[in-house]
Design a protein around this ligand. Structure first.
Ligand SMILES: NC(=O)C1=CN([C@@H]2O[C@H](COP(=O)(O)OP(=O)(O)OC[C@H]3O[C@@H](n4cnc5c(N)ncnc54)[C@H](OP(=O)(O)O)[C@@H]3O)[C@@H](O)[C@H]2O)C=CC1
Ligand SMILES: CC(=O)[C@@H](O)[C@H](O)COP(=O)(O)O
Ligand SMILES: [Mn+2]
Length: 380
């Protein structure tokens, strides 16, 4: 039995990971972690019987203890608890499906403890890729991509070890506002931005897709995962989200991975790599799929993507500023404290004001995060 830990088990990726576990029947879940959703954590503990369960918010721990008083499960909380869930000795693979750069410390701790990482939590690699990738190499652990595009690239690289990549073609749906101009986005409501055309996902990433900041984060994520520069990554809008990404080799061959938009595929591929298993669900039907479209991204309207390229080129602490500013701005937009267009305005303002640190330590990354939050809060 393969043994896994799931950080972010109550979210979109976390629950789909548990679907994959349930459908296969040969994976043991040894720890679970979430932020505050004790109701769902209780159900998950009763179904999957982990040894450790973490609820990050300390004020929710008493509720979880009460709910699980008849069960023999260790209940932990806070950052120490999240790290304990990530480092549980039994786990071979840690699925990092928490949202945001809160994932940095447990991911680093899990790598140090020798765990393979099935990585969905892109914000961790965006902000701390320069620490995580060398550490993973040093410890000889695998970082298996879960993000659909990165899984597609990883799949397109199979059997091509040693061959030079000419470029990575990172596909984007274009989000719900594809084809719109800045002036069309003045009055965007939260509900409009949460309508992703193809994927059902958590709220934060869905907003990120609508601004195309998600694609910007993915460019930086791909830079770290595949050891390329951001300028070797070309974003291609593919509105149907059927081509999940592609790799162009130096002989001009382009290898792609295609499929229906279903995150269970990359999750299962990461958990069983290099094995492919049967996955129930819809299949692509090329007789009814009449056409596929391709477009160049509109970097004037979606200039957050251009800012992400800039942050990726600059490196150092700049991607942390991009990411932290986005995390706070998106949560403020979701709380209806700022307008839609202010999300990217805030990111640009924070990046302009930041004095870059070349090779930031973990402490400097977390300090930069706090400084970015303080700058945004002092705007009001
Ligand atoms: N959803 C998708 O299809 C895809 C997601 N990703 C990436 O995967 C990650 C997760 O996304 P998604 O599943 O959509 O997000 P969700 O918002 O659906 O889920 C987030 C999860 O993280 C937990 N969480 C939040 N804060 C903490 C904390 N401080 N400590 C522990 N757990 C915490 C939440 O717990 P609680 O429920 O208690 O708040 C929840 O389980 C993101 O980085 C996203 O970019 C990448 C590709 C596709
Ligand atoms: C499913 C997944 O991996 C998301 O990151 C998805 O790619 C979002 O879609 P867009 O950012 O392309 O709109
Ligand atoms: Mn993606």
């Amino acid at each position: 039995m393969k043994k896994i830990a799931i950080l972010g088990s109550t979210g979109s990726i976390g629950t789909q990971t548990l679907d994959v576990v349930r459908e296969n029947g040969d994976i043991e879940v040894v720890s679970l972690a979430a932020g505050s959703n004790t109701e769902l954590l209780e159900k998950q503990v009763r179904e999957f019987h982990p040894k450790v369960v973490c609820v990050y918010q300390k004020e929710r721990a008493a509720d979880l203890k009460e709910r699980l008083k008849d069960k023999t499960v260790k209940i932990v909380t806070g950052m120490d608890g999240l790290i304990e869930a990530a480092c549980i000795p039994e786990a071979e693979i840690v699925v990092t499906a928490v949202v945001g750069m809160i994932g940095i410390r447990p991911t680093i701790a899990a790598i140090e403890a020798g765990k393979d990482i099935a990585l969905a939590n892109k914000e961790t690699l965006v902000t701390a890729g320069h620490l995580i990738i060398p550490l993973a190499k040093e410890k000889g652990i695998r970082i298996l991509p879960v993000d659909s595009e990165h899984s597609a690239i990883f799949q397109s690289l199979q059997g091509n070890a040693g061959n030079k990549i000419q470029k990575i073609l990172l596909t984007a749906s274009g989000g719900p506002f594809r084809g719109k101009k800045q002036e069309d986005l003045l009055n965007v409501k939260v509900e409009d931005a949460l309508k992703h055309p193809n994927w059902s996902m958590g709220r934060k990433i869905t907003i990120d897709s609508s601004t195309m900041i998600n694609k910007g984060l993915e460019v930086i994520e791909a830079k770290w995962l595949f050891d390329v520069s951001v300028d070797e990554i070309q974003v291609v809008v593919q509105p149907q989200s059927v081509i999940h990404s592609m790799v162009e080799y130096e002989d001009g061959s382009v290898i792609a991975q295609l499929g229906t938009p279903d995150m269970k595929l990359p999750i299962q591929y990461a958990l069983y790599y290099p094995e492919r298993r049967y996955l129930p669900g819809d299949r692509l039907d090329f007789w009814s799929l009449s056409h596929l479209d391709f477009e160049k991204p509109d970097l004037d309207t979606f200039y957050g993507l251009a800012l992400a390229y800039e942050a990726g080129r600059e490196g150092g602490s700049m991607p942390t500023v991009l990411n932290a500013a986005n995390e706070l701005a998106v949560s403020m937009f979701l709380d209806r404290q700022i307008t839609y267009l202010e999300i990217v305005e805030i990111i640009e303002d924070c990046m302009k004001a930041h004095k870059k640190i070349e090779n930031p330590s973990l402490e400097q990354i977390l300090m930069t995060e706090q400084e970015t939050y303080e700058r945004i809060r002092s705007r009001r």
